[in-house]
Design a protein around this ligand. Sequence first.
Ligand code: GDP
Length: 355
Amino acid sequence: KEETPKSDSVQKELRSPICCIMGHVDTGKTKLLDCIRGTNVQEGEAGGITQQIGATYFPAENIRERTKELKADAKLNVPGLLVIDTPGHESFTNLRSRGSGLCEIAILVVDIMHGLEPQTIESLNLLKMRNTDFIVALNKVDRLYGWKTCRNAPIGKAMKLQSKDVQMEFNNRLTQVITQFKEQGLNTELYYKNKDRGETFNIVPTSAISGEGIPDMLLLLVQWTQKTMIERLTFSNEVECTVLEVKVVEGHGTTIDVVLVNGVLHEGDQIVGPIVTTIRALLTPHPMKELRVKGTYLHHKEIKAAQGIKITAQGLEHAIAGTSLYIVGPNDDLEDIKATAMEDMKSVMSRIDKS
Ligand code: GDP
């Protein structure tokens, strides 16, 4: 059965920004992902969210719905947001070699009770090195003593409901975290107080358990990327595609999970990684509700960026995570593309050797 993904006819020119989650262990990265994915699922409707291969796709509609309490006037011009499930792809994150980077923006998660921790600083250094923009999710605000739950509320609204003591503890901890970032050479500020957004990174207080601040986080990610990265988010027919994982899947042989950053992939496209082969199938898992149907995938004739996709083809056992996938177009010279792919592979391999 062939199915094509829903096309978003309104926003033709822009592709979805890609976001990843980083931070110290136990700060709540997985929980945050669960939380942003799960809100509507618990009510029996996934709101168009699809958990894809190594990534979760949030259509703009879903984000609009979840952020409506914030009464943001700014339009959402991107078709949605693609969040890479980094906790499972940590090794990949560290391998990312190319200047442009895979993600437009990262969520750096900090536990409000712990402040900056060793892996927070490691993540920061990676972000600096790759020149990747980020926002800070100051997570676990619900652990402040006496916190009143305000499920899925914007953080401003939730904060107003808190006692003076809670507000004071929050401010103290926030100030400490801002000081710690300063020690790392970075200016940060609570996002709704941040007047100097170019130089000062935004902090969004969140709870991955009760959902406070999640609307703010989603809106900030989308608005910030579409405001500052229009050029980069402009849809292009030039395929930009990165291999996340190489794995054997029963019934499909060796497959690769990729993130299609830009362009369109078609069944039958000739691809060049370490080897030259032809796309046999473009697969995505079923939408959220049917995730339990293990091992079955939706087939697509073509898929438009940005999306997470599983590709089946002959010879994929030679593919390498972290490398780019190149498409041979009608006017392309295969030898040129092979040479480019080889260069790319070498640079990824040298990084693996170094780490
Ligand atoms: P990860 O290692 O960064 O992926 O962290 P997890 O998402 O696995 O979370 C680590 C622990 O912190 C788990 O026990 C979560 O239930 C808990 N946790 C995560 N986020 C929150 C939060 O916002 N509030 C509270 N109270 N606990 C949280």
